[in-house]
Ligand binder design. Structure first.
Ligand code: 5AD
Ligand code: SF4
Length: 436
């Protein structure tokens, strides 16, 4: 094998996986691997998987099937499976798919280079006591002025449908000084916006000066980092929106007016069955309090339809909640029974009923999204340029409210914050002209 080994990574699922894939690429980079987009050129293929719904997990196995001819032609090609399917299924993956050389769980990524150097099948799904981030090399592969930064992992909430507490384990927060160091390093290399990530990010309780810090306190401290213009965070649980975090939405200008706050259902009966530990009114109260300090905040949510026992009346409550909140955007999923979770024991809702509900909910969400975007036409907004657009003289970036915006701007630079006027709204983006 030549010195310049090539690594192909496919990432499934959430933003935390995107971040983890970048960190694994960096770890392998220290071992002489460079990234390739061409799977046929790769010396190693890494599939960073998601286990949240059955469809997401099954994708892994169909992709592995497609890799078989490559592996047959080049038996020294290393195939690795990372992420939550690796954690959940461990060595079972290799039994089902013997072409897999390495199975590595999300807490063991710092050991990936050693696993890749070893010969024979390797499995590492330990939850080691050490912080994997301490053993990963410095950030390198930056692709523009925005970056994800994992500050918290795992979840202690145990919603009845969800595998995350099992695959990602209990909540662990990274210490404040590491996060500040990583942020300053990112900013020194051109990053202007960070999105703090965690499965339950607002449950953050990392060690800092004087004891455990809340997410609100961490955000206030990040806002002092010179050159960092924008902060976002996801994903949050309504019960962990504490007073200080809500206040930060009003008084930290760098904290952007967009919040992903999943509610899952609008029915109190279903919320209880889901073990969400909040009611719809609790959720409305959180939304109202954030809007009281920052009225233009846009919200997004996740919804599950067809949870076991969901009736037409329960679903009507979900539609009603969506109408009352008025979301900028949302994600909705048909319930998928996950092995080992409490809800998987219960009789499912008929598939055709769940399908119909999903369509109805998605239509309502899309209407709201379109209306929200239309309402931006004529308004002035700030856009952080992330890259040049497809058309000459065009820049592309996100507004404070996370709208994708295409801007006519022949002299715009990546990393610039530009004031623009929105002139049109398309399906998934806005068009604008620069004004200053
Ligand atoms: N079925 C369907 N959707 C699920 N989610 C989590 N678990 C399941 C499941 N078993 C959704 C939730 C969560 C998002 C990341 O995925 O809406 O917020
Ligand atoms: Fe899963 Fe989110 Fe519930 Fe945690 S809070 S169990 S990650 S849905």
């Amino acid at each position: 094998m030549s010195d310049a080994k090539k690594l192909f990574i496919k990432t499934y699922g959430c933003q935390m996986n995107v971040y983890d894939s970048e960190r694994m690429a960096e770890a392998m980079g220290a071992d002489g691997y460079t990234l390739t987009d061409v799977v046929e050129d790769a010396d190693m293929v890494l599939l960073n998987t998601c286990h949240i719904r059955e469809k997401a997990s099954e994708k892994l196995f169909s992709d592995l099937g497609r890799l078989r001819p490559l592996k047959d032609a080049r038996p020294d090609l290393k195939i690795g499976v990372a992420g939550c399917v690796a954690q959940a299924e461990g060595a079972e993956i290799q039994r089902r798919m013997p072409l897999v050389d390495i199975v590595v769980g999300p807490q063991a990524y710092h050991r990936l280079p050693a696993l890749a150097r070893a010969t024979g099948p390797q499995v590492d799904t330990e939850f080691p006591a050490e912080d994997k981030f301490d053993h990963l090399p410095e950030r390198r592969a930056l692709r523009g002025p925005t970056a994800f930064l994992t500050v918290q992992e795992g979840c202690d909430k145990f919603c009845a449908f969800c595998v995350v507490p099992y695959t990602r384990g209990s909540e662990v927060s990274r210490p404040v000084d590491r996060i500040l160091r990583e942020t300053r390093d990112l900013v020194s290399r051109g990053v202007r916006e960070v999105t703090l990530l965690g499965q339950n990010v607002n449950g953050y309780h990392g060690a800092g000066e004087g004891g455990a810090w809340t997410l609100g306190r961490l955000i206030r401290s990040l806002a002092q980092v010179e050159g960092l213009e924008r902060v976002r965070y996801m994903t949050s649980h309504p019960n962990d929106m504490d007073d200080d975090l809500i206040a930060a939405h009003g008084d930290v200008p760098q904290l952007m007016p967009y919040l992903h706050l999943p509610v899952q259902s609008g029915s109190d009966r279903i919320l209880k069955a889901m073990n969400r530990k909040h009611t719809r009114d609790d959720y409305f109260r959180v939304i109202d309090r954030i809007r009281a300090v920052r009225p233009d905040t846009l919200f997004s949510s996740d919804f599950i339809v067809g949870f076991p026992g969901e009736t037409d009346a329960d679903f009507a409550d979900t539609l009603d909640l969506v109408r009352r909140v008025g979301y900028g955007q949302s994600y909705s999923f048909k319930y998928s029974a996950r092995p080992g979770t409490p809800a998987a024991e219960k009789p499912p809702v008929e598939a055709a009923v769940a399908d119909r509900r999903l369509q109805e909910l998605q239509a309502l969400i899309l209407d709201q999204q379109r209306a929200g975007q239309e309402a931006m036409v004529g308004r002035e907004v700030t856009v952080l340029y992330e890259k040049a657009g497809r058309q000459p003289g065009q820049m592309v970036g996100k507004s404070d409210h996370l709208h994708a915006v295409h801007v006519d701007d022949a002299t715009g630079q990546v990393g610039e914050l530009a004031r623009v006027r929105v002139v049109a709204s398309a399906a998934n983006s806005l068009s604008a002209v620069r004004i200053s």
